[in-house]
Design a binder for this molecule. Structure first.
Ligand code: ZN
Length: 199
């Protein structure tokens, strides 16, 4: 069904290939973009290219940043002896939104999943262990999701860290089983953090 020209269809296709955007939304966005001024379209496309070129993982916590170290790691007022381990930058953002956590983070960018063939070497675990070796760490809070993968990862990480003599805790199960951290309200997140248990 070729309602529109090839180029317009291509635009719809590219937009529809993004997560969470169906064909209808893609069409709406495509019409909107075509109606935008040339200057705005250029700003949008320049922003996409610049972000892709400059955004990378923080050398310390692996969060996304466009500087060598992210603002959280650079912040001297934060407690650098407490590291919260999360699966994704979105999980980090969820905890940051509570405004109550004063430590720093480590983003794994995934979780161990034998079913999907994702092993410890496929997530940013080596980088965490390197941090624990070179820094004075008092506590590692494991805040992976309470899915099978999240729990598997939590157990694996705690077994690696405990022999180092560092306190390892797990956020409480106020977080519903199978729940993604980013979709959980801030109060539940805070309760889960406050009620964390020793591993
Ligand atoms: Zn960082």
């Amino acid at each position: 069904m070729d309602l529109y020209s090839g180029q317009f269809n291509k635009l719809i296709e590219e937009l529809a290939a993004l997560p969470g955007i169906g064909t209808k939304s893609a069409q709406r966005l495509a019409f909107y973009i075509i109606g935008m001024s040339d200057a705005r379209v250029k700003r949008l496309s320049d922003t996409l290219i610049a972000a892709k070129a400059n955004v990378h993982y923080c050398s310390e916590c692996q969060n996304l940043t466009d500087t060598e170290m992210c603002p959280i790691c650079r912040n001297e007022r934060r407690d650098h002896s407490t590291i919260m381990v999360v699966e994704t930058p979105q999980d980090l953002a969820a905890y940051e939104k509570t405004g109550k956590y004063e430590g720093v983070y480590h983003v794994l960018h995934g979780a161990i999943s034998p079913m999907l063939g994702i092993g410890p070497g496929d997530i940013r675990l080596k980088e965490l262990m390197q941090r624990l070796e070179k820094e004075e760490i008092r506590e590692v809070i494991i805040a992976t999701n309470s899915s099978l993968e999240g729990e598997t990862t939590a157990m694996y990480v705690s077994r690696l860290i405990k022999p180092l003599g560092i306190r390892v805790t797990r956020i409480a199960s106020g977080v519903p089983v199978g729940g993604d951290l980013e979709n959980i309200d801030e109060i539940t997140l805070l309760r889960a953090l406050e009620g964390r248990t020793e591993l």
